[in-house]
Design a protein around this ligand. Sequence first.
Ligand SMILES: NC(=O)c1ccc[n+]([C@@H]2O[C@H](COP(=O)([O-])OP(=O)(O)OC[C@H]3O[C@@H](n4cnc5c(N)ncnc54)[C@H](OP(=O)(O)O)[C@@H]3O)[C@@H](O)[C@H]2O)c1
Length: 292
Amino acid sequence: METRPLRGKPVRDAVLTDLKNKINHESRPPGLAVVLAGDNPASAVYVRHKEKACREIGFHHVTHRFSSEVTQGEILSCIQQLNQDPLIDGVLVQLPLPDQLDQQEVLLAVDPQKDVDGFHPENLGLLVAGHPRFIPCTPKGILHLLQYYDISTPGQKVAVVGRSLIVGRPLAMLLSLKREDGNATVTLCHSRTRDLPAATRQADIVVAALGVPQALGREHVSEGAVVIDVGINRVEAPETKTGTRLVGDVNADELDGWVSAITPVPGGVGPMTIAMLLENTWEAMMFRSQAS
Ligand SMILES: NC(=O)c1ccc[n+]([C@@H]2O[C@H](COP(=O)([O-])OP(=O)(O)OC[C@H]3O[C@@H](n4cnc5c(N)ncnc54)[C@H](OP(=O)(O)O)[C@@H]3O)[C@@H](O)[C@H]2O)c1
C-alpha cells in the first residue's frame, strides 16, 4: 500500500495567507504577547518561531523575557498589564515555567478573552460544553490537517494515545463533539491503558501524542489506518552532521507501506501549531471588537 504523507506546510501556508488577506482590511494588526521565563532552550526556539510567523504576516508581537529567578508577582503583574493593553489581543505564557512558579495561578491570571492557547478553565469548559472559544493550538491544527486532506471523522473510530491538557485530552473531546469535524468514536489511551496495541488496532485513525520516541509500530496500527504523529523527540543520530535528529512518537519506517496516510516528523503537525496560534489571535481580535 502506498502511504500518503500528510504534510503540514501547505496547510500552514494557506492559513497564513488567509490571515494576511484578512488583516489588510483592518485598521490595526492583531497583537500577540508572549511571556517567556527561564532559559529552557526548546522554549526559546518555539518563541523565535512564533515571532518569525508574526513578522511574516504582519501581526504586532511583543515578547516579555524573564530570568529563571523571576518571582510569581513579577509574572502576574506583567500578565495584568497585557490583559489591559488595547493593542494586545492574545496573551501566551510559554510553558514550562521555572519550578518556583505556580503554573496554575499564572494560567488563571490570563484574561480568558485573550487566552489564545485555550488553557484557561473557562475556555476548556466551553470546549467540553461543545461551544469552543479558543481551541488549544495543536488539537486545532490536527483538525485542520484532517479537513485539508479530506479525512472525515464522523463515524470513525479514533484512538488518541496521550491525555495531556495541551494535546490528547482536548483533541479527544473535540473529536467526540457533535459537529462535522468531530462525531468520532474516541478511545483515549494513556500510560495505564491495559493492552495498548489491542486498543489502538481497533482504530481507523491513530493519534500518537505520548512523548516516547518511535513507540508505536505495526503491532499498534491496523493496515490502512491513518496515523497522526504529534511527537517531536530529539534522538541521537551519529550519522548526521549535528549528531541528533527529530523523530516522532511512531516508528515511521515500520509504518511506511502499511498505513494509508501519516504525518511526517518533522513537517506534519508541527507547522500547524503556530498557524493555529495566529488564527486564535485573529479570532480574539474579532471577539473583542464585536464585544466593544
Ligand atoms: N507538534 C507540536 O506542535 C507539538 C505540540 C505539543 C506537544 N508535542 C509533542 O507531542 C508529544 C506529547 O506531548 P505532551 O505535552 O502531550 O506530553 P505529556 O504531557 O508528557 O503527556 C504524555 C501522555 O502520554 C501518556 N503516555 C506516556 N507514555 C505512555 C505509554 N508508554 N503508553 C501510553 N501512554 C503513554 C501519558 O500518560 P499518563 O497521563 O498516564 O502519564 C500522558 O498522558 C511529545 O512528543 C511532544 O514533544 C508536539
